[in-house]
Structure formats: C-alpha cells, structure tokens
Design a binder for this molecule. Sequence first.
Ligand code: 1HN
Length: 350
Amino acid sequence: MTATTQQRHDFYSRLEPGSLVPLWERMKGLVPREPNNRTLAHIWRFEEVRPLLLEAGTLLTAQEAERRVLVFENPAFPGTSRINSTLYAGMQLILPGETAPAHRHAAGALRFILESDGGYTTVAGERADMKHGDLVITPSGTWHDHGHDGQGPCIWVDALDVPLVNIFECGFSEELDDNQQQITRKNGHSLSEFGSGMLPMDPISPFGKTSPVFSYPYDRARAALMALKASVSADAFQGYSLRYANPLDGGWVMPMIAAWLSYLPTGFETSPYRATDNQAVIVAEGLVTVKLRGEVYKLGKNDVMALPGWCWRTLKAEEDAVLFFFSDRSAQEKLGIWREQRGNKTEADR
Ligand code: 1HN
C-alpha cells in the first residue's frame, strides 16, 4: 500500500487550501533529537562598538532617540534584534546632561554598566547610581528613565526579554507625559529593605515576579565573589560563581532572564559544560579565552559575546577575570525544559 511520491504530493497540495499539513513531513523538525541551536558565537568588541556609539552621540540626542542604542544583532538572525535565540541586547549611551525619557513596557530589562561617572537610572520612583560592573534591573511594567549628572560618556549593555514577550504577543508600552518621573523613594531604599540577607516582617513584592532589589552594586557583588574564593575551592565547571538572587524566593532576579557573576583566577580553565539556556557573557575584568564549536575566542574588558545553547564550551582566564552572564535559564526552568550536562576533557574539542 505505498503511494508514489507524486501521489503523496498531489494529496498535500489538496490539503493546502484547507490550511492542513501532514505532520509526518514535519515531525523531525518539530522535535529534534537534541537542540541544534542556531545562534552563532559572535563577539562585539568594546573598542570597536564604543567609537560608533560615540559617533551616534554626535548625530542625535538621547531625547530624540528615546534610547540611543546600537543593537547586538546575532548574524544568525538578521532583522530580528536578537543577540541569541531568545534575548534582546544592545549597547546604550547617555552623555552628560542628557536624559532618556520615562516610559514603561511589558518586557523586563537588565543593564550591566560598562563605563559611567555620574550616570543614573530611575525605576518606580527610586534612583540608582550606575557605576562600572553594577547590575540594574527594570522590572516588567515599571516606569524608567535614565540621566547623567557627571563626566564623560555613560555606557551600558541592556538585555531584555522582548523576543519572548513578543512570541507570546503580549507586549504593551506607554510613555510618561513628563520627561522624568517623580522621585518618591530615597536612593538605596530597595537595598536597605531587601538587600542585606534580611527581609521586612511582612514582605510584599513591589515588582511582582522580579526581584525587589533592582540595583546590585558591583563592589558588593565582587566582594561576595572574593569572599567565596577565600573560603572554598573553585568549581571545576563554574569557577567561583554566584547568581544574582531574588531575596523573596531565592530564584533568579527576573522571571525570564537569569544573571550570574563568575570569577576565574589566572590560568584557571573550566571543564567542558553545556546547558540548554541561551547565554551571553560580558567581561567585567580581565582576559578570557572561550573554546566553543572547535573555535577559540579571546575576550577582554567590556567585550560581549553571544553563547549558543547546548554546545560544549570551556573558559580559561588568561588574567584574573570576572565575567557577567545573562541567559533565558530563568524562563526555561519555569517551563521545565532546562537541561545541563557536565563533560570530561574529551568533549572540549567537539
Ligand atoms: C528600553 O526601554 C531600553 O529603557 C533600552 O533603556 C533598550 C530595547 C527595546 C525595547 C525597550 C531602556 C530597549 C528598550
């Protein structure tokens, strides 16, 4: 009972007008044996992007642009504003005296600060300074604007869950009538209430499923990493790593984006590891080489690299390195689809 290929294709063409498709022609593509992540390993070097961003600063103001950003668009996904399969990222510039106007949207954002002397962001009525290495979060739906009272360019990397929100087609956004929102809480309020390993007696989450701590200063995060180093030996796969946590539930800082910080001492090389989450890494300090899909990449301070999911990789510190990672692991874990695998040395070259 085998029909000819021609007969089958005739049949398929009669299905088409009724918006029907034979699953047996599609099944393998729908459920691959294992992930075949399309993200390309790609590096955006700070020394190349920074001058272009500064040039953008001569062409339009932050006010005009609304957000003056050069988007990191993965070469695998042209036209889609994605750094990897699921996340948006870009590099933003604010110059002294400028403001990026207040708005809010369904997508959540994190910002990792590369260069700043006097930049700040305001989230839900509270202002947070931005300094090199700080992580600042804009929870979904919160009013936010950025400004700069200091010297020199203020530059950071934004990462947003925009592509995921848009898969669900549930994006909303709104602009505030005023350029900047009213300040209603003292600087440091959220850290004082939620950021000391202690909590209010009856905590209420101000930002829903996102951490109530929206600013994680680098000096505290770095000190925690160095204290870890002083008290335990390095993990073979992660070096010394700590995740940014939501103090209310111990989970990731954002419902769809995970973020963590790794310290690798000079000469330390991680054992081969892979996980399904779509990651990117920013070098906060030092020099690192990444081995992935048979290639070797060198990264220096403030360089950004897209790391495709589910491919074996190793990281080696050529100089003491602090690395900031973000990924969609937070979303994948909630959906019950995240997986990781720890390999042995032979996997490094695959
Ligand atoms: C956004 O609101 C910011 O607030 C940066 O700084 C980048 C990219 C897409 C959509 C909204 C910001 C963004 C963004």
